[in-house]
Design a protein around this ligand. Structure first.
Ligand code: GLN
Length: 532
């Protein structure tokens, strides 16, 4: 029988519930258990695909083409698992399932209500994680305890644990123990109140994980244990880590959280194997081969979460090359106002990530030009590849005002154009080319060398593509079509000859990068940057 862990958060948002859940998964996995993970989000959008990155941060795409919460990225990177559509549900997706069923007559004769129909649907979503191939399922509840919209989810996990019993389900509550500077003290009251709200609903946390800036004293732990009704040894401290989020599992392991979880579940406490993870963290903290500076030219740079997987994958590229990576975040509109040179001089590599809409496009195109002309290692991802294609069209092929038809539908040179399959699409939610598709790589290219394989598959999220009518002209001038989809012939990877590293792809390699297995294209890009 699959055991279930439910993770809730209290006091404030942004406590790092996703990283905490993922870190617990790392430890349980490394004690020999098979893990699945899931996030339940209390907002009404059916998925985050229609939200601005400023609202929600990055949209993480799974192999099976779901647009999901960025916490799934933490799950995949930390626990080295692959998530799916069943790893993320929202209030919107739960309600839409119930309402469609009601319209089909699935509840004939009944009044459809939040309890039991919505809560049953949530329980059904949780039980999708059950299976012979899963020992422990971890479900994270988005939002903060006390929010009105979280209530049906909390009621559902209460009922779920009631059904499966204490030895098969447990509650972990992540809370904040703030340090009040003026008083020179840490305060446990917000945590007591947050647990109080949970108890009103009928949930008594088994484990309390306390986020804090400073160490928790014994006295604070005693107090939290007593007033939150949690066993003393299950009050776990999660202090801010110094260098890297990948330190969190190591810190939690020191307090035996994983051991206690297995004991509560009556599961055998196998040895914990962390050697490679500890070595990886050591490389992040003390890299042996110097440092590189990578410019990320985007338009959501003020919110770090907008490019979460990109930043992580760059760090993984650093780990693979034993170098420290400093990221210079650049707003592409600043380049437009001044010059590429002003913002990009001195960097060892330039990366242009994905994006939508025309704001900031010209700055990105200038950044691609700067990288091409100055032979600075360049990595374009999705929109970044499209900008590189536009730049090459304008400045090498002399196509005046070449553009993507996304930004200028009337351009004489639509070198990037809407995919044929997208032409009939009008609805916005979940209708892009999404998820994993195969790609064939041309031998002897940089992509072939760094992947070490000619058949790959990568995750996508786009509507526009390289316009194949221009392919011959581009090839003549030195663009290499290094990756092609075998059935649709869509361009997936381009490169330039006569450049140390100018590689761009239509897919999103950042989603498949892991700290212990950097994505080949990120590894290759950082290697080229380090060489420079
Ligand atoms: N806006 C572009 C498209 O839809 C690029 C998308 C992206 O970068 N994810 O094709």
């Amino acid at each position: 029988m699959t055991k279930h862990i439910f993770v809730t958060g209290g006091v404030v948002s942004s406590l790092g519930k996703g990283i905490t859940a993922a870190s617990i998964a790392v430890l349980l996995k490394r004690r020999g258990y098979r893990i699945k993970m899931q996030k339940l989000d209390p907002y009404l959008n059916v998925d985050p695909g229609t939200m601005s990155p400023f609202q929600h941060g990055e949209v993480y795409v799974t192999d099976d083409g779901a647009e999901t919460d960025l916490d799934l990225g933490h799950y995949e990177r930390f626990a080295e698992i692959t998530c799916s559509r069943q790893s993320n549900y929202t209030t919107g997706s739960i309600y839409s399932a119930v309402i469609s069923r009601e319209r089909e007559g699935g509840y004939l004769g009944k009044t459809v209500q939040v309890i039991p129909h919505i809560t049953d649907e949530i329980k059904k979503a949780i039980s999708k994680l059950d299976g012979d191939d899963v020992d422990i399922a971890i479900t994270e509840i988005g939002g903060t305890v006390g929010d009105i919209e979280s209530l049906p989810f909390l009621e559902a996990i209460r009922q779920y644990r009631h059904k499966i019993g204490r030895e098969n389900g447990l509650f972990i509550h992540l809370t904040l123990v703030p340090y009040i500077k003026a008083a020179g003290e840490m305060k446990t009251k917000p945590s007591q109140q947050s647990v109080g709200i949970l108890q009103e609903i009928g949930i008594v946390p088994d484990i309390l994980v306390c986020r804090c800036e400073r160490p928790l004293s014994e006295e604070h732990k005693d107090k939290l244990s007593l007033f939150c009704n949690v066993r003393r040894e299950l009050v776990i401290e999660e202090q801010d880590v110094k260098h890297s989020i990948y330190e969190v599992p190591i810190e939690l392991a020191k307090q035996d959280i994983d051991k206690y979880i297995l004991e509560l579940f009556n599961l055998h406490v196998n040895d914990l194997k962390m050697d490679d993870w500890i070595k990886m963290v050591d490389t992040v903290v003390n890299p042996k081969s110097g440092s590189v500076e990578i410019a990320v030219v985007g338009k959501y740079t003020s919110l770090r979460d907008s490019y979460k997987s990109i930043y992580e994958a760059i760090i993984h590229g650093g780990i693979a090359n034993d170098v420290k990576v400093n990221i210079r975040m650049i707003e592409s509109e600043d380049i437009e106002k001044h010059s590429a040179e002003k913002y990009l001089s001195g960097v060892d590599g330039i990366l242009i990530p994905g994006g939508f809409g025309d704001r900031g496009i010209e700055g990105k195109i200038q950044a691609a030009k700067f990288a091409r002309e100055n032979k600075i290692p360049f990595f374009g991802i999705c929109l970044g590849m499209q900008c590189a294609v536009i730049e090459f069209g304008r400045n090498v092929l002399n196509y005046r005002n070449a553009n993507s038809s996304e930004f200028n539908p009337k351009t004489k040179y639509p070198v990037i154009d809407l995919m044929a399959e997208q032409k009939k699409v009008t609805a916005k939610g979940g209708t892009m080319r999404l998820g994993q598709y195969p790609c064939e790589i041309k031998p002897k290219t940089k992509a072939a060398m760094t992947y070490g394989s000619l058949k790959i598959s990568e995750r996508h999220r786009h509507r526009y593509e390289f316009n194949p009518a221009y392919r011959k002209a581009y090839e003549k001038k030195g663009m290499v079509f290094a990756g092609i989809n075998p059935s649709t012939k869509l361009t997936e990877i381009i490169e330039l000859v006569d450049h140390p590293w100018f590689v761009a792809c239509q897919f999103h390699p950042e989603f498949k990068s892991r700290p212990l297995a950097a994505h080949p294209l990120f590894r290759g890009f950082i290697k080229a940057a380090a060489k420079k």
